[in-house]
Design a protein around this ligand. Structure first.
Ligand SMILES: Nc1nc2c(ncn2[C@@H]2O[C@H](COP(=O)(O)OP(=O)(O)O)[C@@H](O)[C@H]2O)c(=O)[nH]1
Ligand SMILES: Nc1ncnc2c1ncn2[C@@H]1O[C@H](COP(=O)(O)OP(=O)(O)O)[C@@H](O)[C@H]1O
Length: 426
């Protein structure tokens, strides 16, 4: 499908500053997509802490407040919007911190929905939009570790985290089970009321969840994203049902199943740990049989590790993660960040966005080029894979060999200079 005609308009004529008969405090931007108009920004719903979204269908008129999912951006004095295709609007917030200036709003359109918006629209039966924060650079592939209770998953994960604290981060799951003696809330699990967790699942906040040994367990999207935001590789300790759900999700991960050397040894370890009642042990052993059978399902796990001797198993784990010879290297270099000023203008060509800083009258030499051609993920998590080139990096030849980008920058600059009024992007 071709690119949707798009415009960015900050100052349309009308009764209110947004150009419509719609009261909305604060700065907002209006975007037309097909038959719909989106008003993004402003706050008139009592909530001063997040950006509001309102939708109007030109065929029926009137404004509706859609169901808004995902992490929402904080309001900003300056908001620009660019339509990427008919299911996604790119939002730039001026005067925001470098990790908070790029956002994506996934919307519903007759022909195109992102899978998440489509699923939630069916579930809620209303207009649905979903936010995701744009992040420069990619995340490292998470590692999913499954295996029966008592096989040694926790022991192996602790060893990995201890030896490589800057490389790995643990995905702290939510659970409705009661904490064990030495377990801390927020460290081992987020211990949660069932009703609260069920509501959050309905709101689309979980990457996966499952009923395990009579309790509800789940991985929240935010928990995995926060580990990746810190530049770490996320480790998930989840059951086989959870692994299956993650496999079916858009999250690309490595899947490892840990097996006991024998069923008797598994029972011995579970009893020796001394954290469960006899009844709970019986339930876990019963479930272990099913998990061991399911582990052999075609295409579910990438690696199966037998945890007989702990040291040998740990060495094999490190080997398959390419860590066997490794001394932890702390990578201090991070991608360039943008301090997007209040005054800026935005243009789009194909999948590249050019941001020129300064006003039209007083353009500064500061230019950023954002390449959106390798986006990954999306609402309700992060949209990763933004590539950023600053005017410094372009003139210093950091992107040497990337002549195509530089050529396009020149074209966009001409376009920007010639253009007056609301920028019309094709
Ligand atoms: N699907 C899913 N399973 C989880 C999650 N967190 C933990 N589990 C699994 O739940 C099961 C029970 O975990 P836990 O109560 O800590 O007992 P343990 O495995 O015997 O230490 C294990 O198989 C875990 O891998 C989660 O977020 N999602
Ligand atoms: N290879 C091993 N040999 C003997 N005991 C082990 C081994 N690996 C783990 N254990 C012990 O087995 C028990 C269960 O391990 P744990 O890591 O809690 O399992 P899980 O997280 O899979 O439920 C713990 O007491 C742990 O010290």
């Amino acid at each position: 499908m071709g690119e949707a005609p798009a415009f960015v308009a900050d100052d349309l004529p009308g009764d209110y500053p947004n150009g419509f008969d719609l009261k909305s405090e604060g700065h907002n931007t209006v975007v037309n997509v097909g038959n719909k108009t989106y008003l993004i920004g402003g706050t008139d719903h009592g909530s001063k802490s997040t950006i509001e979204v309102r939708v109007s269908d030109k065929r029926t008129g009137g404004w509706v407040t859609p169901t808004v999912l995902g992490t929402r951006p904080k309001p900003s004095e300056v908001i620009s919007a660019v339509i990427l295709n008919e299911d996604r609007i790119f939002i730039l917030k001026g005067d925001s911190s470098p990790d908070d200036c790029f956002w994506f709003l996934e919307i519903h359109h007759e022909q195109v929905d992102t899978p998440f918006v489509q699923e939630k629209r069916k579930e809620f039966g209303t207009e649905v939009v979903a936010w995701s924060k744009g992040v420069v650079g990619d995340a490292k592939k998470p590692i999913v570790i499954s295996g029966p209770s008592g096989v040694g998953k926790g022991t192996l994960i602790s060893a990995l985290m201890k030896e490589f604290p800057s490389t790995f981060g643990f995905s702290v799951s939510h659970t409705t089970r009661a904490p064990r003696k030495r377990e801390q809330n927020g460290v081992h699990y987020h211990f949660t009321e069932r009703s609260v967790m069920e509501e959050e699942i309905r709101d689309g906040k979980f990457l996966e969840f499952a009923e395990v040994h009579g309790n509800l367990y789940g991985t929240s999207i935010e928990v995995v994203e926060v580990v990746a935001d810190a530049g770490k590789r996320c480790i998930l300790d989840i059951d086989v049902q959870g692994a299956r759900s993650v496999r079916a999700s858009s999250l690309e991960a490595i899947f490892i199943f840990v097996c006991p050397p024998s069923f008797e040894e598994l029972e011995k370890r579970l009893r020796a740990r001394g954290t469960e009642t006899e009844q709970q042990i019986q339930k876990r052993l019963q479930n272990a049989k099913a998990e061991l059978e399911q582990a052999e399902s075609q295409g579910l796990f990438d690696h199966i590790l037998v945890n007989d001797d702990l040291e040998t198993c740990y060495a094999s784990l490190k080997k398959l993660l390419d860590l066997d010879e490794a001394v932890e290297i702390i990578n201090e270099s991070s991608p360039p960040l943008v301090d997007l000023p209040r005054d800026h203008s935005v243009s789009k060509i194909d999948k590249k966005i050019l941001i020129s800083c300064g006003t039209r009258e007083r353009a500064s030499k500061n230019i950023f080029l954002l390449d959106l051609s390798s986006l990954k993920g999306g609402a309700p998590g992060r949209t990763r894979g933004l590539d950023i080139y600053t005017s410094d990096s372009m003139t210093n030849g950091i992107n040497e060999g990337d002549g195509e980008d530089l050529h396009e920058v020149e074209v966009i600059q001409e376009y920007e200079i010639e253009d007056e009024g609301p920028s019309i992007m094709k």
